[in-house]
Write a protein that binds this ligand. Sequence first.
Ligand SMILES: Cc1cc2nc3c(=O)[nH]c(=O)nc-3n(C[C@H](O)[C@H](O)[C@H](O)COP(=O)(O)OP(=O)(O)OC[C@H]3O[C@@H](n4cnc5c(N)ncnc54)[C@H](O)[C@@H]3O)c2cc1C
Length: 509
Amino acid sequence: MAEHEHVRVAVIGSGFGGLGAAVRLRREGITDFVVLERASSVGGTWRDNSYPGCACDVPSHLYSFSFAPNPDWPRTFSGQEHIRAYLEHVTDTFGLRPHIRFDSEVKRMTWDGDALRWRIETTAGDLTADVVVSATGPLSDPKIPDIPGLDSFPGKVFHSARWDHDYDLTGKCVAVIGTGASAIQIVPSIQPRVGRLTLFQRTPAWVMPRIDREISGLERRLHRTLPVTAKARRGLLWGIRELQVQAFTKHPNELGFVEQLAKRNMARAIKDPALRAKLTPDYRIGCKRILLSSTYYPALAQSNVDVVASGLTEVRGSTLVAADGTEAEVDAIVFGTGFHVTDMPIAERVVGADGRTLAEHWKDGMQALRGAAAAGFPNWMTIIGPNTGLGNSSMILMIESQLNYMADYLRQLDVLGGRAALDARPSAVHAWNRRVQERMKRTVWNTGGCTSWYLDASGRNTTIWPGTTSEFRRATRRVDLAEYQVLRPSGGKDGAEREPAAKTREAAA
Ligand SMILES: Cc1cc2nc3c(=O)[nH]c(=O)nc-3n(C[C@H](O)[C@H](O)[C@H](O)COP(=O)(O)OP(=O)(O)OC[C@H]3O[C@@H](n4cnc5c(N)ncnc54)[C@H](O)[C@@H]3O)c2cc1C
């Protein structure tokens, strides 16, 4: 990477968000951009999570880009390797490789208020950019809890998102920590070959059957020759989820009958009443992500599996100790304990106009205008930012909405002309956040009686979007300049001058 290279847009990350941004930039006629990726290949989530059984919980025809349909999805719910291959294919089809800088981890981004640009330090050299699009992913930095004694555990330890494929689990005593989406895929995948599996469960999950099947050759041919059929399939999958949202956001009590279905799913596989009691959640279904699996409960019913209904609190040599005192001696520990979501690491690396990092700015909780822009961080936007997550549908829908917003943001900068930057007004950020948090009060995520990774340390839900995906699409269709201040270079040392955006818009019109 040449020193002091300057680009119009620097995209960070090459998962669905970063690759989608790259496609969109090219479609907008912008070619002066780079994609900075810390790893050596594209794929993000679907590159890093290669654990046994890793698969998507949203059907493939919906969990894919609308502009890059794949008529050849092999199963209704695709596995990790197929989604990863899809993203490689998107990268090649849309000619993105020349833009991507692999092995380029962004260490620091600093806003230069005089030059109105971002100074970006990466492990492969420095550059500057007019605009930064941060697509580093909400679930990309694994979290391993701080367990006393873990450092001196003599066996193998790894996180679900950093699976060690060289370590053979056959015949071993293995502890799986956690009962989230990854853990419940790992357990049935490794149970037949391990000697003993001990599952440390702090909170049981609600698990619904996974209706997964091969997509027939006939269906695929139909989707290939008549693309409208694939579109209709996607539309149907989307519509069903769109209708479900009301129950999550406004009428959580309506979810009671779904609990009955989940209990029946459990009862079919778990005959032991004591184990059923351990596995039955005491919170409203949907409060934590509803998990889909038809193999999890049957695996837990096997004789080589123990469920410890208590969290792991200590490691003494090769013995794991749970909060309720239960002990288990193991050869390996697999952490399915999630990611740094509400404390996203990239926030510590972004330094805004007042010299504070985004992490400091967000110390009382993440918030961003329309899930994208933070006040004091001009021309910086995040994909899958605060309150853009979904409990029941495809994140690709949200990403594409944010790409609409990004495209309009860049168009607005073009209209303004000259050297300019947009800085979200604090009042606009607060107003947006107030509306989001107001709507959040009635949702199952806030009222369902659970704690989850959707909530930050203070109990505020800063991750989930409390509405339909169409509402979010409408909210992000265009940039409202009244929500921004326009910055112009001052030429002096005091940084940029600020113009009221509304006045500028009138002038542009
Ligand atoms: C196991 C698993 C299953 C999931 N299943 C579903 C599902 O069923 N449905 C659903 O909608 N969503 C699911 N998700 C959520 C998923 O993360 C999103 O759907 C989507 O893939 C996120 O894409 P992204 O591009 O925003 O982030 P990511 O895919 O995480 O990509 C971020 C990229 O940024 C790079 N990066 C991070 N920091 C830096 C840095 N400092 N410098 C340079 N590069 C950096 C990373 O290496 C990575 O390549 C799942 C996530 C996981 C982990």
